[in-house]
Design a protein around this ligand. Structure first.
Ligand code: MG
Length: 378
């Protein structure tokens, strides 16, 4: 192996001691990253169809304009076994009765799209000013809905709607919107919301959760970390929930809604192998071991000397192992011969170029010396 690595890396033990191990497509895996940068073995994300004006193909449609979809997805927010006394007509649903509407399903981390409209004939200060809200975790965290179009500040306690943390786009009682893009009553408005619930380990609050809100396409909440449950006039503690229904608030104002859809998204703590807040070094080591084994299996299965050589290196970079090290050394001469004599896959121009890139990456990453036989053969 020393003949390959020459002045750089001399043994698996030395590499492990440095924490320098990886598939050499870019910066290497380490104790908190199972994949290298640009790792070709990393799974490609699933395809989603996203057509203009339509829910993405992986969305859960919570209201498509029909009575059927409203009935199928929503309950009364107070009496969960009852249907809400809201009215569906002309493709929209309008707040009615005395209580909110609550999704039948519980949701945690999600992306929510919702369109809402405050009545055109609303008289400011008399109709609750279009008060409603999108509330996550069964009412714990509210993104406010309100008539906030060109509101003049009054500094009066008795004029509703003038406090900044109660405006449309506010995290109610906690954080005003960054700017106020609210349209006039009677016009449709959109919220696109990314919600992350608080994250607990046992009873310990690890992360307070957050909300990002695009209001009519304008960013008004930027990963705002919840300070506790939202509410009127007070600061409240969190409620130790990680999932719950989404509630559309009924505050006595006949606010309408349409085109409601949601995508479940992974918790930021779900990825335990790629350096994020949930990273677990044991999971990283386990995945690297698995990837090393898969590459080694591919090396054993192929009779092509160049591919075998690459796969062995790939395995070694995920997990330095003395047996793999010995196999790399044993495979070196055949790989050099295949390259210099244009044999097997090395007869193909593109494959030759890919092989050369791989070897150069090993050299760039200081896994291999400039004077190693494989590099010299390029
Ligand atoms: Mg409200």
């Amino acid at each position: 192996m020393k003949s390959i690595l020459n002045r750089t890396i001399v043994s698996a033990a030395a590499i492990a001691a440095l924490g320098a191990v990886a598939e050499p497509s870019g910066d290497r895996p380490d104790a908190t990253h199972a994949w290298s940068v640009h790792d070709p073995n990393r799974p490609i994300p699933a395809n989603v169809v996203a057509e203009p004006g339509r829910p993405p193909s992986d969305a859960i449609v919570l209201f498509d304009g029909s009575q059927e979809s409203f009935t199928a997805n929503w309950n009364d927010a107070k009496r969960k076994d009852k249907a809400p006394r809201w009215t569906v007509a002309d493709g929209i649903v309008t707040c009615g009765g005395a209580t909110g509407a609550s999704t039948k399903e519980d949701f945690g981390d999600c992306q929510l799209h919702i369109e809402w409209r405050i009545p055109e004939n609303l008289v400011r200060g008399t109709d609750n000013s279009g008060n409603s809200g999108v509330m996550f975790l069964d009412g714990c965290y509210e993104v406010q809905i309100f008539d906030s179009h060109n509101v003049e500040p009054s500094h009066s306690l008795w004029k509703p709607g003038n406090y900044a943390d109660g405006q449309a786009g506010a995290v109610y009682g906690q954080n005003p919107p960054i700017v106020q893009p609210c349209r006039k009553p009677g016009e449709w408005q959109t919220y696109d919301i990314v919600f992350h619930p608080p994250y607990y380990e046992g009873k310990r609050l690890v992360d307070p959760g957050s909300v990002t809100v695009f209001f009519n396409g304008v960013l008004v909440q930027d990963s705002f970390p919840f300070q506790g449950r939202t509410g009127w006039r007070h600061r409240f503690p969190h409620e130790m929930k990680s999932a719950g229904p989404i509630v559309l608030q009924n505050h006595g104002s006949p606010v309408s809604f349409r085109n409601i859809w949601l995508r479940k998204i992974p918790s930021r703590f779900a990825d335990t192998v790629n350096g994020g807040p949930g990273v677990k070094q044991g999971d990283v080591a386990a995945l690297r071991h698995k990837l090393a084994g898969e590459s080694l299996k591919l090396a054993d299965e192929t009779s092509d000397p160049a591919e075998k050589y690459i796969r062995l290196w790939e395995s070694y970079c995920y997990e330095p192992d003395r047996n793999t090290e010995a196999k790399i050394k044993a495979a070196e001469a055949a790989a050099v011969a295949a390259y210099t004599e244009n044999k097997g896959t090395m007869a193909d121009k593109d494959r030759r170029a890919a092989f050369a890139r791989f070897v150069n990456m090993l050299v760039d990453g200081r896994w291999m010396s400039q004077t190693s036989p494989v590099k010299m053969a390029l």
